[in-house]
Write a protein that binds this ligand. Structure first.
Ligand code: TYM
Length: 329
């Protein structure tokens, strides 16, 4: 049985990108694997969130996990800061991670551009903390979206480097996983790159049908193609990309044909798209509204999750301490 691990930062509600890039696969994998799904609250500190918001954001992710179908009877669900063994492993991995390679990471360069007043060491070492999350349970597979590919490459590099340095075959080299398919990247509704929690271009799992209709209606379009079979501009291609994950192949084909024949009505496309998104999100939203009221249940899930995660993590840390040469007197 393979070990699966993944996490999502506690920086807001989860959106369609999180769902199709990661969360949907968590649920698909939980029957046949030993699964750990956690909430990356320590990672979220790299952007200095207000302490008043942190707990609420952790709760949002936890509720979204459960509402989307992660079953605490099958998977271990935990909060990163409840497992201090991760932080200890992060420290050891940092001794074998180098300034140059960390500073070259795409996510670091992006964040440094976005928050030039706060280029902290946590941002620089974000990939080693992520490697620690994964290696603490010696995971085989890590279901993530396309934007995490480089972090997984770095995790494998850190695992290999640790094994080589200490002359052991201890850590496995985990892979970014999407059932053998290309990793997913869901674009935003604003015609720009990817859907993101902080980009103002997201549809959230917790959005009401009305909000979703409004957001889809507002998506950028134009007056339509003037040449048959022309290449779509990015903002139109993005709508089709979202359609490909939420709608049936027949629906996608219908609108592709309309596009190719210069006969597309964006109003119809948007109506269909909103309807199909709502089909995915509304059962999740209904469960969110139930589960978020049940603090006793959330407490139980996180307490039991922390216990199981620490049981696994403490075994890894005991072995790592020995490998690095710490001995008891
Ligand atoms: P985060 O919180 O940015 O995103 C969580 C997951 O959602 C995926 N995702 C997307 N997938 C497709 N299209 C999008 N527009 C989109 N936006 C987000 C991400 O790829 C990710 O899988 N570093 C991680 C959190 C983390 C982690 C880990 C993940 C910390 N430690 C260990 C796996 C294993 C992150 O920032 O995810």
């Amino acid at each position: 049985m393979d070990t699966v691990l993944s996490g999502i930062r506690s920086t807001g509600n989860l959106h369609l990108g999180n769902y199709f890039g990661a969360l949907r696969n968590f649920i698909r994998m939980q029957d046949e694997n030993r699964c750990f799904f956690f909430i990356a609250d320590i990672h979220s500190l790299t952007t200095h969130p207000d302490p008043k918001d942190l707990h609420g954001n952790v709760k949002n992710v936890l509720v979204d996990y459960l509402a989307a179908g992660i079953d605490p009877g099958k998977s271990v669900i935990y909060i990163q800061s409840d497992v201090p063994e991760t932080i200890e492993l992060y420290l050891y991995l940092n001794m074998h991670a180098y300034m140059g390679e960390l500073a070259k990471t795409t996510s670091f360069k992006e964040k440094a551009r976005k928050q030039p007043e706060n280029v902290n060491a946590g941002l620089l070492t974000y990939p080693t903390l992520m490697a620690a999350d994964i290696l603490i349970h010696n995971a085989d597979k890590v279901p993530v979206g396309k934007d995490q590919e480089q972090h997984l490459e770095m995790t494998r590099k850190f695992a290999r480097r640790f094994n080589n340095f200490y002359g052991v075959e201890f850590f496995k080299e985990p892979v970014a996983y999407n059932f053998g398919e290309e990793l997913v990247k869901i674009p935003g509704l604003d015609g720009s790159g990817k859907m993101g929690k902080s980009e103002g271009n997201a549809i959230y799992l917790a959005d009401s049908p009305k909000e979703i209709e409004k957001k889809v209606k507002r998506a950028l379009t134009d007056s339509g193609p003037t040449q048959p079979n022309s290449v779509k501009p990015d903002y139109i291609e993005n709508l089709f990309t979202i359609m490909r994950v939420v709608s049936t192949p027949e629906v996608v084909e219908h609108y592709e044909n309309k596009w190719n024949a210069c006969d597309i009505r964006y109003g119809d496309l948007k109506k269909q798209l909103a309807e199909d998104i709502i089909k995915v999100t509304s059962p999740i939203r209904e469960r969110i509204l139930e589960i978020e009221k049940d603090d006793a249940y959330l407490r139980k899930v996180t307490r039991e999750g922390a216990e199981k995660a620490r049981e696994s993590a403490s075994k890894t840390i005991a072995a790592v301490r020995e490998i690095v040469g710490f001995k008891k007197f």
